[in-house]
Design a protein. Sequence first.
Lengths: 498, 99
Amino acid sequence: MIRQSAAQMAAALSEGSTTSVELTQAHLDQIAAVDNNVKAFLHVDAEGALAQAKSVDAQRKSGEKLSPLAGIPLALKDVLAQRGVPTTAGSKILQGWRPPYDSTVVTKLKDAGLVILGKTNMDEFAMGSSTENSGYGPTFNPWDLTRTPGGSSGGSAAAVSAFQAPLAVGSDTGGSIRQPAALTGIVGVRPTYGAVSRFGLIAYSSSLDQAGPFGRTVLDTALLHEVMAGHDPKDATSINAPVPAVVAAAKSGDIKGMKIGVIKQLQGEGYQKGVQARFDESLQVLASLGAEIVEVDCPNFEYALAAYYLIAPSECSSNLARFDAMRYGLRTGDIDGASAEAVMSATRDAGFGREVKRRIILGTYALSSGYYDAYYGSAQKIRTLIIQDYAKAFTQADVLVSPTAPTTAYKIGEKVDDPMAMYLGDVATIPVNLAGICGMSLPAGLADEDKLPVGFQIMAPAMQDQRLYQAGAALEAALLSKWGAPILSQAPALAGSK
Amino acid sequence: MSSLSRDDVAKLAGLARIEMTEEELVSLSSQFGMILDAVARVQEVDLSGVKATSHPQPLENVARPDVVLPSLSPEDALSGAPAKEDSRFRVPQILGEAE
């Protein structure tokens, strides 16, 4: 049962061949069986999940009209506030905090009858690409437990990949949904900036952060996307426009005549051989389905990584000032006579991990007077040039494509002491965030050299998210018929897995 | 090659209100040169006449109607407080004893 798609589970629920309680229990059993090794979850809320499942079953029995995903279990990245449930953003500074309110995403999930199984592990405050920066230890890639699942939404991606949940919510500031989706062989979408409310999403870099869906199929991901998206007056940057018809697009999958632009700067040198091979093969598949492949030039993408690693740390140094040991979260050093400033500094030292400190210091430097124009100011101008590169490219193509990440999943610990090597893994995903547009990663197969999943990235203009699903569904269907079975059926079985 | 001395990092850490150990200061200062070189690439491009983008959305002055909406109760607002007294946050001393 747990290996089905969310759409299949939803069909089984509506025809009465299973119940949400059964489905939820099956996933809780899988979590109990495999999460000891995968460590996708920071907190499992079995009681809350079963209560919600029971309530949805009762509503269904009484003939109430339910939303398409009602009763389906889901894993929630620990960056989203859920009332009464421990929410840490992977940081020790928030250990034990139970938010007094629900984020808008959680409100929408609950209203749609989704069952939240628990909170998933992540790089602390979403700063990282491997989940190794979590204050609570890393998550392990279900394809190979010695490797990282990517990050920062590594817990959510691993949970879906290991059949602990059919769906999950992540957040993507520089690739944190798309890259772990690629490394674990699943589908992940970063919606257009402003499409999903940021209210209750613990902020890392406010002009880049965006929550989005994970699934094992393009259609499942679209179904969750429709639940999460929509205007929210509580988020001033939320877009007041109808949600793009992503489910319809995922069901259509017709790409005859679609123009697909290959970004010259995001391939070739620096990309692992097997990653490039699967990417090229997917392009041929798309061409055989009637799409027209063109090459586009985005010369300023070369500077995207540098701009990102100034903008994001600058915004984080400001956002994380809220962790001041006064109103919520950790407080240490509060001994008689200690000043507020001393308590604050001691608490932030004890509560923040290495990478978070590194980025706060970098941001503090980039924003300091005398350096502001040279660093943060220049980065903001590069951002304009990247937006212009995209605008021009989208006059030549309906969607743009690239490999999602330059490599497959790497070993835990391999890049932990080399921040620049780690940052390079985001080279293909970051431009989307800087421009505020949308992007998807879906499985393109396994790299020949290591038999690990490769992600294919599709990008579309702001509020044209349906194009991702249209192209993604087409590629997914063609690859599935080529492989004969979903990519995850090739993953080695986890000990104890149902 | 850019660099940032141990003392520079200590000063930044002070501004960011993070008390750091000697080991952290030294290790951060040794990594900073490489990171600064990498991000300084933004200065390689001719940016004269290019406008800055602070935000991907062309939104300005988003306001909501000026009406009172429900908000957190005092109990909820204080529920995560490290220390409280009556209906207030209890915080460490802000002004020096002698002042």
